[in-house]
Each structure stands twice: as structure tokens, then as C-alpha cells.
Design a protein around this ligand. Structure first.
Ligand code: RAM
Length: 330
């Protein structure tokens, strides 16, 4: 081999090696969601990709089980450990069931945070709430009560019965119920963030409680299914479906009147913020400890409380006056 060929080959080899090293240095952040196929999490994944593009050395692995179970998430977590990811950012289907697998991940040096739906403290380094849980709890009751001047029966259609976020919001909502004297909470049912089960549960509520005035669904899957069930039952104007939804999915319900108004925070920002936090903890530019301030890029900084939790921003209310403007965003 001529000296030139040899030099070229060495140079080529060096650049291949450099490329491999650069790729190997990418921070692999797994965004583990409650289940695949939920619009809210797809919007969050969009935000995670935005953060990755901004950071430059991040690879996002968007993953989750096919239905909202803790067992499914445990399988996903174990696969991610085997794969050697650098960080896991999870929205949990159960605060306790996933904790041992996540602890194992942390023991192997993987950065673990929860966001949206939390994990018990021993299973994560910090948790990012979308917003203050007390504020969300009050908001979902107020959204119903504001359109019930004479009071009446309301029911909650939630996600899974073990879902950390919905359970906290329902607990907070129950605490403020005495502030809404005419409002009777008659039932809480679970649609498991599955469209068909949520639809059937909404139908069940309508037949069991003929005087129902509102269905409050603090889940994007539940509110959409319930608005459809109310529409199909010909009960628009009689039952108001409200709670937490996506403008892109709820525009039709707002237009038809099945839903007068609903609220949500920006899910794109939430996925973006969770990714920024996971990155900074992994890189060691911030530490997860009470009082710490962890940079979240364009969102600002997350300040951790005594439980290593932080909140992103306030929910925003959508109705006929503004839904057109937001329905193409998330
Ligand atoms: C569903 C999920 C998610 C929740 C939203 C409001 O998409 O249950 O965890 O934050 O609703």
C-alpha cells in the first residue's frame, strides 16, 4: 500500500472513529409515557424533540406500553436498562409498582425523573408536575360549577384508578367541594385512558344518574370520549362535559356545545421541560435536591420543594372564544 493510500485510510478510519465517539456521546433520554397512541403524550414528545434539537447532543427514545398498565411500563423500563439509556423520564401508571424497576435503573447510573404522573420518591430523583395540583383540582370543579348556577349532580370520569396525577387532582377537587355548595359529586369512574372504556363509563354515568348536569374528566382521553357519548345520547345542553383536554381534539365538542369549556397546560412545553431537566441532571449541571433550581431552557427553571417536586405553569381555559386559535398547536 502506498504511503498516500495508507494515510488516507488512517484518516478515514479516524473520522469514522470520531463519528462513532460523537454518536456515543449523545445523551439517550427515554420518554416513557402511560401508553402509546395518546395525543397528549405525542404533543409532549414533540416538545422533547424540540429540546433535543436545541441541545444538539440528545437522542429521544419515545416509548411506552400499548395500554395504560404498570406491568407494561415495567417491561419497557427493563428493556431501557438493558439498552443502556442515559436517562428515563416517565409519566407513571402507578406510583409504587414501577418504583423498584426505576430504582434498579438509578443503581446502574441512569438518571430517572417523573413528569406528568409521578413516581414514589424512592423511584425517581425528582418529579415535574404540570402545574400546582391544588390549582388543577379547583379548576376542574370550577369549570363545571361556573355553568351550573342552580347546582346539581356531577360525576368524575378519570383515567386508571392507580394514576398518580388524576388521583391527586381528584383528592384536591374533593377538598374544595365544600366551597361549591350546590354541587353534588355523585360518582367517580375509571375509563383507563382507553377511548372505548371511557365512552362506556360515560354512558353508564348517564343511565345511572338521570339528573347528571356535568361530567368532569381530568384526562384528555376521557373528556373526548365523554363528549362523544353525550353527543350520541342527544344530551348536549343537558350535560356539560368538562375537565382537561386538548384543543386539537376538543374543537368539535366545543363547536357542538357538548363541552362549554375545558382547561390544560401546554403539553409540548411539558415534554420540553422534562427533557431539559433529565439532560441537566444527567450532565451534572444541576442536582436533584430540595431548593435546587434546574434549568428548563426557554421555560425558565424548576425550583424543587422538600419532596423534590416542581410545577411548570398554570392551566389555561379554552372555549368558543379561543379554541380556533389553539387547535392547530396541540
Ligand atoms: C391524559 C393522561 C395524562 C394527563 C392528561 C390531562 O392524556 O392521563 O397523564 O396529564 O390526560
Amino acid at each position: 500500500m502506498s504511503i498516500w493510500r495508507k494515510a488516507l485510510t488512517t484518516a478515514a478510519l479516524a473520522s469514522v472513529l470520531m463519528a462513532t465517539t460523537a454518536a456515543a456521546e449523545n445523551v439517550k433520554i427515554a420518554l416513557v409515557v402511560k401508553a402509546l397512541g395518546i395525543g397528549f403524550f405525542e404533543a409532549a414528545a414533540k416538545g422533547a424533540e424540540e429540546a433535543a434539537a436545541e441541545l444538539g447532543d440528545v437522542e429521544i427514545i419515545y416509548t411506552g406500553p400499548t395500554s395504560t398498565t404498570a406491568e407494561g411500563q415495567i417491561e419497557v423500563i427493563n428493556a431501557l436498562i438493558a439498552q443502556g439509556v442515559d436517562a428515563i423520564a416517565i409519566s407513571a401508571n402507578d406510583p409504587d409498582a414501577v418504583a423498584p424497576a426505576l430504582k434498579k435503573a438509578m443503581d446502574r447510573g441512569i438518571t430517572v425523573i417523573s413528569w406528568d404522573s409521578g413516581v414514589a420518591a424512592e423511584g425517581r430523583q425528582m418529579h415535574l408536575n404540570p402545574s400546582s395540583s391544588a390549582l388543577i383540582g379547583n379548576t376542574i370543579i370550577k369549570l363545571a360549577a361556573d355553568h351550573m348556577p342552580e347546582g346539581g349532580d356531577v360525576a368524575i370520569l378519570s383515567a386508571t384508578s392507580t394514576s398518580t396525577n388524576q388521583n391527586i387532582w381528584i383528592e384536591e377537587a374533593t377538598k374544595v367541594l365544600p366551597n361549591y355548595p350546590g354541587i353534588n359529586l355523585v360518582a367517580t369512574v375509571y375509563g383507563d385512558d382507553l377511548a372505548d372504556k371511557s365512552y362506556r363509563e360515560a354512558q353508564g354515568l348517564m343511565s345511572t344518574y338521570p339528573n347528571l348536569k356535568a361530567i368532569i374528566a381530568p384526562t384528555t382521553v376521557g373528556i373526548l370520549a365523554a363528549s362523544q357519548a353525550v353527543t350520541d345520547a342527544g344530551k348536549i345542553g343537558q350535560i356539560n362535559v368538562t375537565g382537561l383536554g386538548l384543543p386539537s381534539e376538543m374543537a368539535g365538542a366545543v363547536d357542538s356545545g357538548a363541552t362549554i369549556s375545558f382547561a390544560i397546560w401546554n403539553p409540548i412545553d411539558l415534554g420540553y421541560a422534562a427533557t431539559m431537566i433529565a439532560y441537566n441532571l444527567n450532565k451534572g449541571t444541576a442536582k436533584a435536591e430540595p431548593g435546587a433550581s434546574i434549568p428548563m431552557g426557554r421555560i425558565g427553571a424548576a425550583t424543587l420543594d422538600d419532596n423534590n417536586e416542581a410545577a411548570m405553569s398554570d392551566p389555561f381555559t379554552y372555549d368558543k372564544s379561543n379554541i380556533e386559535q389553539f387547535k392547530s398547536i396541540f
